[in-house]
Design a protein around this ligand. Structure first.
Ligand code: PGA
Ligand code: ZN
Length: 432
């Protein structure tokens, strides 16, 4: 059991070329832990704030204040603490910044520190990170079902389509590795179809194709064609998963779909999604309604909760109290877990357990601004969270997470894979 002797934060750059915070934690044994805060673009209103400097330099996005907060007050509070005492350390971080949005010390400073402590603790315990997470949380590790983006839209692709993520899941895969391989075939089949039609205009923020579709529904049609072109069976071993990210185009019960040239009420938005759910093999939908439209979330969950995974992201922001309330309201049946939405590892694990107790699905997720940090591959596997959402099957900040899971698979065994279990309550499980 060793103690923290030093913290050092530095500015590094994320996948969008935006500054972010990296933290190194030194232990008295000479071991260390290192982690980098990710960054969102389609952020929830109630998530922890990424502290940025403002002003003219680097578009106001520099993180010198957050770095100074790690090297100053955070270092003073943490030096001398036992690196394996994650809960106590996270509490000390929260005591430094009790504001609900963590805007004094900065969510980015807190997240990078909390994750770096996790790495340092694992190193001190001589355990791979996923095994250390499992020990810390008292969970059984298993490799997650990947949720992988084929087309990127919304805030990640110049709003070329309104819907943010058109993804697939391969619940019929025999192993994590096979799920990746099948996803790759679908990804490149989609690219071929779009290239043939002259619709390919680049790569979106999370590595999915940046499409040039004429309607949101055309993306769904093309996705089904891509699954078929890859020689797979839509609705059998491969299903569709959408992140509508409705808060990006919906406010006060008005949903403005620019590509379809429509403004819809909450009821009409649900009717549109109903048409898509009836016509395409969609097994999971994230943020179908806006974060301010709780009545819409409740109505949608009442209608589809027994056959779809309904995920709250911007709506729940990895916040245990918001998840608790949504469980009571019946306003979703799964939650995205993004450590930097809430701040610390301890809070993220707390939210995970809050969801699990209600038999909700849990999906550990990357942000649209990412780095070489692989903490979430271990968090997802160690908690046995069931699912991992990282973006697409291209760009190294995405691939490092999938590749890290392949390394974990070697030590854990390929049989420790959840396969279709996370979709056990969906139409997919009932029909297969
Ligand atoms: P963000 O998007 O990281 O830009 O918030 C990811 C998501 O909405 O799941
Ligand atoms: Zn989302």
């Amino acid at each position: 059991m060793s103690h923290i002797t030093n913290l050092h934060a530095r500015r590094v750059w994320d996948s969008r070329g935006v500054p972010t915070v990296e933290v190194d934690i030194q232990l008295d044994t000479g071991r260390m832990g290192r982690a980098i805060a990710p960054s969102g673009a389609s952020r929830g209103r109630r998530e922890a704030l990424e502290l940025r400097d403002g002003g003219d330099d680097i578009g106001g996005k520099d993180v010198q204040k957050a770095i100074a907060n790690v090297n100053g007050p955070i270092a003073r509070a943490l030096i001398g603490k036992n690196s394996q005492n994650q809960t106590e350390i996270d509490q000390a971080l929260l005591a430094l910044d009790p504001s609900p949005l963590k805007d004094t010390i900065g969510g980015n400073a807190i997240t990078a520190t909390s994750m770096a402590v996790l790495h340092a603790g694992a190193s001190d315990a001589d355990l791979p990170l996923f095994a250390y997470v499992a020990e810390l949380a008292g969970t059984t590790p298993s490799l997650p079902l990947p949720e992988i983006q084929i087309f990127g839209g919304g805030a990640h692709a110049g709003r070329r389509v309104d819907i943010q993520d058109f993804m697939i899941m391969v619940p019929g895969a025999a192993s994590f590795e096979e799920a990746l391989r099948i996803t790759r075939e679908v990804y490149f089949a989609a690219g071929d179809i779009m290239a043939r039609r002259g619709q390919q205009s680049g790569i979106a923020d999370e590595g999915g194709w940046w499409p040039a579709f004429t309607s949101n529904e055309e993306a769904l049609e093309t996705l089904v064609q891509a699954i078929e072109l890859a020689g797979e069976a839509p609705g059998k071993n491969v299903v569709i998963s959408l992140d509508i990210a409705a808060s990006e185009f919906g406010k006060s019960g008005q949903y403005k779909l620019a590509l379809d040239n429509k403004t819809l009420s909450s009821e009409e938005m649900i009717a549109l999604l109903t048409n898509w759910i009836d016509a395409y093999p969609i097994a999971s939908i994230e943020d179908p309604l806006a974060e301010d439209d709780i009545d819409g979330m409740v109505a949608f969950t009442k209608q589809f909760g027994d056959r779809l995974q309904i995920i709250g992201d911007d709506y729940l922001v990895t916040n245990a109290s918001l998840v608790e309330r949504a469980i009571t309201d019946g306003a979703a049946n799964a939650v995205l877990i993004k450590v930097n939405q809430i701040g610390t590892i301890t809070e993220a694990i707390d939210t995970f357990f809050t969801a699990k107790k209600a038999a909700w699905g849990t999906i550990v997720s990357a942000r649209s601004g990412e780095t070489e940090d692989v903490t979430i591959s271990h968090l997802s596997t160690g908690l046995g969270a069931g699912q991992l959402k990282v973006g697409s099957f291209q760009r190294s900040e995405r691939m490092v997470k999938w590749n890290e899971c392949l390394r974990i698979q070697e030590s854990l065994g390929s049989d420790k894979f959840v396969a279709g279990a996370p979709l056990a309550n969906s139409w997919w499980a009932k029909s297969s």
